[in-house]
Design a protein around this ligand. Structure first.
Ligand code: ARG
Length: 258
C-alpha cells in the first residue's frame, strides 16, 4: 500500500475524477489508515511504498504491478500523469529481492486490469491495458489468460467490475462487459455472484478477499447479504475520498500473494 500523502484530484483520466470537486486529504488519510489497520488486524502483513510528490494517484498501488508466485510483471501506464509510478514500484520489488521483475513492453495497469483466480489470469482491456499486454502476461506467468472487454467508462479497470472471492469464485457486474465477454464469464463462472448497478456504482466490486473476509466499500450494501450467504465475512470500509478519483479498497491494495 502507498499512503495518500500527495493524493488530490488535479486531473481527470476517468469519469469519477472532477478537479472542481475538492478532496479532503486529511479524511483520505484516515480512511486509508483504517483500511491498512483492518488488514493488519486480520493478520495480514502490509508493506508500505513511499509516495512521491507530483503523483497524486500513487495511492492506487494496485496499478503498479502484478505478482503471481513471486514473479513480478511491472506496469506501463496508459496516461502520462501516472507514468512515473511504474519505476517506483519496480525499484521497490528489486530492493526487496524479487528476482523475476519484468519491465513490460505493452501497456498494462497492473492489478487494475489483471485479476488472478485459481485457474486463470483474467485480463481487462478497452480503456487502459493494451490487448497486447494479455499475451505478454500469459507468456511471463505461464497461466492461461482470459481477455475481457470493458465497455462502460465508469468501470475502466477490470478491478472496478470484478473481484475474486476465493479460488475460482468471483463476483462481477455483467453490464460492464461486452456481450461476448459476458458470455465468457457466464460460461467460466456459472455460479458467480453478480452485482446490481447500484452496488457497482458504489465501487462494491473493488474489493479484496483473503478467502474469508471480503473488504469492500461500505456503500455497496446490497452485496453484504449475498456474500454472507456464500460463507464470507463482508467488512465494509468508508473510502469516500478515494472514490472521488475512481478508486476504492482494491485499487489501494497490491497483493503480493506470499
Ligand atoms: N485515478 C486513478 C486512475 O484513473 C484510479 C485508479 C484506480 N485503481 C484501480 N486499480 N482501479 O488511474
Amino acid at each position: 500500500m502507498c499512503p495518500p500523502t500527495y493524493f488530490r484530484v488535479t486531473y481527470s483520466i476517468n469519469p469519477w475524477m472532477d478537479p472542481a470537486k475538492p478532496v479532503d486529504p486529511a479524511l483520505a488519510l484516515l480512511q486509508w489508515e483504517d483500511l491498512r489497520d483492518r488488514y493488519r488486524a486480520l493478520g495480514h502483513t502490509v508493506e508500505i511504498l513511499q509516495p512521491l510528490p507530483g503523483l497524486p494517484d500513487m495511492v492506487f498501488a494496485a496499478n503498479g504491478a502484478t505478482v503471481v508466485d513471486g514473479r513480478v510483471l511491472g506496469a506501463r501506464f496508459a496516461n502520462a500523469e501516472r507514468t512515473a509510478e511504474a519505476p517506483a514500484h519496480r525499484e521497490w520489488f528489486l530492493g526487496r529481492g524479487f528476482a523475476e521483475v519484468h519491465d513490460p513492453v505493452h501497456i498494462n495497469e497492473g492489478e487494475g486490469d489483471f485479476v488472478v483466480t485459481a485457474s486463470w489470469l483474467l485480463a481487462g482491456r478497452g480503456f487502459r491495458s493494451s490487448p497486447l499486454s494479455h499475451a505478454e502476461a500469459q507468456e511471463f506467468f505461464g497461466r492461461p489468460v482470459i481477455g475481457l472487454e470493458l465497455v462502460d467508462p465508469r468501470f475502466y479497470h477490470l478491478d472496478t467490475a470484478l473481484a475474486v472471492l476465493s479460488g475460482d469464485d468471483i463476483m462481477y457486474y455483467p453490464e460492464a462487459f461486452s456481450p461476448g465477454s459476458r458470455a465468457v464469464l457466464a460460461h467460466l463462472f456459472p455460479t458467480a455472484l453478480t452485482a446490481t448497478a447500484d452496488d457497482a456504482a458504489a465501487l462494491g466490486l473493488n474489493a479484496v478477499s483473503d478467502g474469508l473476509h471480503v473488504l469492500l466499500p461500505a456503500g455497496a450494501g446490497g452485496l453484504f447479504r449475498p456474500l454472507h450467504d456464500r460463507g464470507y465475512e463482508p467488512v465494509g470500509v468508508d473510502m469516500s475520498e478515494l472514490h472521488k478519483a475512481g478508486g476504492s479498497v482494491k485499487c489501494c491494495t497490491l497483493e503480493l500473494r506470499d
